[in-house]
Ligand binder design. Structure first.
Ligand SMILES: [Zn+2]
Length: 304
């Protein structure tokens, strides 16, 4: 009798188990949940305290992936190396590029611009070549195309990502398509309101430059007419000559604070901040509620 009850319970569980989808990062979980409501379980690949630039999926996550119907990629370096393996490990999984249709910016454009004299420029090019050679095997540390992956930190680009999520979910679960379309409309309104609020707030900002350790906020900066000065790129710290250029720029632009992510070594960030007498402020581009996160950053900038 007992066995029969267990059998029935397990059967019921299987019957009512929700389908699962996997995303790379927490802000994508936020987007998928906004659209899917409780119709799917969302698995997140990169945990809150992991470094999103150098991440490597765990064997347990590869196993879990086999239960997912969709993988929502966002364009992070680790995906370049792992998406093929995801597809091989889970033949039925649909891999969706949520960044499709977003206009990507060049990460190094700014740094090249900052290096005024020919020598520094030449130095950089040379160093880059060496770096590429040395790191040949560590494909996860390199963006092949050198494009900025942080597209989840601009409400306008989030709307495009949400649209891609809606189409993927609707073709996989057509029975819920009407719900997804309705949820998208609401989410799009929230994102429009967020964009308007940020525009209004940041219009009042006097110093249009801000200084960050890791260059997460390029799209946010571009959207609201700000400029992000940054220390490291793709997990790599600058050479001494580059750092001198960066620090010179922060002095010229009257920088008072250095924003640092919890995933970055506070010791390194403190050395840089102390050098220019700036205070260290924690920011986390990986927080799940991206709207709240962007508003908090805007408020912090206004409070400097
Ligand atoms: Zn990053």
């Amino acid at each position: 009798m007992f066995r029969i009850i267990i059998f029935i319970c397990l059967g019921a569980l299987a019957l009512y188990a929700k389908p699962a989808v996997t995303v790379s990062i927490l802000p994508q979980q936020y987007m998928v949940e906004k659209i899917a409501g409780d119709t799917v379980d969302v698995v997140v690949m990169v945990s809150a305290n992991a470094n999103h630039e150098t991440y490597e999926p765990k064997p347990s996550q590869m196993k879990l992936l086999a239960k997912s119907d969709i993988y929502f990629a966002v364009g992070l370096p680790f995906e370049e190396a792992w998406l093929e393996r995801f597809a091989a490990a889970s033949p039925k999984i649909a891999i969706i590029d949520t960044g499709k249709g977003t206009e990507k910016i060049e990460l190094l454009e700014h740094r090249h611009h900052a290096a005024h004299d020919d020598d520094a420029h030449h130095d950089r090019e040379e160093e880059h070549a060496v770096h590429e050679h040395e790191d040949h095997e560590h494909a996860t540390h390199e963006h092949e195309d050198g494009l900025d992956p942080h597209i989840w930190l601009d409400p306008v680009l989030v709307k495009i990502q949400a649209k891609n999520i809606v189409s993927a979910l609707s073709s996989k679960y057509p029975q819920n398509a009407a719900l997804y379309a309705k949820n998208y409309e609401n989410f799009a309104k929230e994102l429009d309101a967020l964009d308007a609020e940020l525009s209004k707030k940041l219009a009042a900002l006097k110093n249009r430059n801000f200084f960050v350790f890791h260059p997460s906020w390029g799209y946010f900066a571009k959207r609201y007419g700000l400029e992000q000065i940054f220390v490291e790129i793709e997990g790599r710290e600058p050479k001494a000559a580059e750092l001198v250029e960066i620090l010179k720029e922060t002095k010229e632009k009257n920088i008072k604070a250095l924003f640092v992510e919890p995933q970055v070594s506070e010791k390194n960030a403190k050395i840089v901040a102390d050098e220019i007498g700036a205070k260290l402020i924690r920011v986390d581009p990986m927080k799940k509620d991206l709207g709240k996160n962007l508003n908090e950053l805007a408020d912090t900038l206004l409070g400097l």
